[in-house]
Write a protein that binds this ligand. Structure first.
Ligand code: NCD
Length: 310
């Protein structure tokens, strides 16, 4: 079954054919937006954005994507739900959202929240980040960014994930998408923040070549460095977070000692892990990466609503 008209809950749901289609649609939309500001394809459609955890890029780019397609947006942010086990509140909110909108994007601190949401309502649900679980649309825009560099083909991709690999949901989604391509993966993290077992099994089952280390020197082998913030909000022990927060710092000096074709990616927001002295270096693609989110989210919204490109 194609990805169209579904919900987007996990990166696992996409086939290589789906991914090729999403990358091509994103490219076409990017080209169209060079000459037009509004594609006017979704008049009469409403997107609801429900963000129960902090967000800047994800929510704004979903909303900008909907506006650029000519659709409308309703949104709510910051409401705290104490637990999904108590259920009623989120369920009731969702029933309302279902009656007011045609598609919704949800961010919630509980892993699996968007899957529960998709079971509760009939409109397509997009997982915009569920706790330390996944963030599939970020994974797709990361994939698009790598694809635009030409690194997805010709056995060219050697990616090093750096930082919080345990709680970093964007990594969990991107690694699943990349497992469909010829890729070499390296995971660089403190042992306590290493890749969860679930993803180790998944990579092994997909016969992906991967390794792990605590040594940042391994970044020198890679042509993509995917750096992440230590996810402070997932730690129960503050001292533990303090111990890891400056574990790795990617700066100009380090990047200058790496491969000439290295690109440095980051889902943002960044703290100290990517030094600002890197921002004007050609390897720094994190702002471009965030910008790409607009085109990819436009493609996803169109696909889920099953509205064709002109
Ligand atoms: C990421 C997230 O929310 O998981 N941000 C984003 O959506 N671009 C990464 C993070 O918060 O560290």
């Amino acid at each position: 079954m194609s990805w169209r008209k579904q919900s987007i809950l996990s990166a696992q749901q996409f086939t290589p054919t789906d991914l090729a289609e999403i990358l091509e649609m994103s490219r076409a939309l990017e080209a169209m937006l060079r000459t037009r500001r509004n594609l006017k394809l979704l008049d009469d459609y409403i997107l609801a954005t429900l963000f129960f955890e902090p967000s800047t890029r994800t929510r704004l780019s979903f909303e900008a994507a909907m506006h650029r397609l000519g659709g409308r947006v309703i949104s709510t942010t910051g409401v705290q739900f104490s637990s999904l086990a108590k259920g009623e509140t989120l369920f009731d909110t969702l029933k309302m959202v279902e009656s007011y909108s045609d598609i919704c994007a949800i961010r919630h601190s509980v892993e699996g929240a968007s899957t529960l949401a998709a079971r509760s309502i009939k409109i397509p649900v997009i997982n915009a980040g569920d706790g330390a679980g996944e963030h599939p649309t970020q994974g797709l825009l990361d994939l698009y960014t790598i694809h635009k560099r030409g690194y997805l083909t010709n056995d060219k991709l050697s990616i090093a994930f750096v930082g919080d690999i345990r709680y970093g949901r964007t990594i969990h989604s991107l690694l699943q998408l990349l497992s469909h391509y010829k890729v070499q993966m390296t995971f660089i993290s403190p042992p306590e923040l290493a890749l969860p077992d679930k993803y180790r099994r998944l990579l092994d089952a997909a016969h992906v070549a991967w390794q792990e280390t605590t040594d940042i020197a391994a970044l020198r082998e890679a042509n993509v460095g995917y750096v992440t913030r230590i996810q402070e909000e997932r730690f129960t022990d503050r001292a533990e977070y303090e111990r890891f927060k400056d574990a790795y710092i990617i700066d100009l000096e380090l990047v200058n000692s790496c491969r000439k074709d290295l690109i440095v990616m980051h889902p943002l927001p960044r703290l100290s892990e990517v030094a600002t002295d890197l921002d004007n270096h050609p390897a720094a693609v994190y702002f471009e990466q965030a910008h790409n989110g607009l085109y990819v989210r436009m493609a996803l919204i169109l696909g889920l609503l099953d509205v064709p490109l002109p």
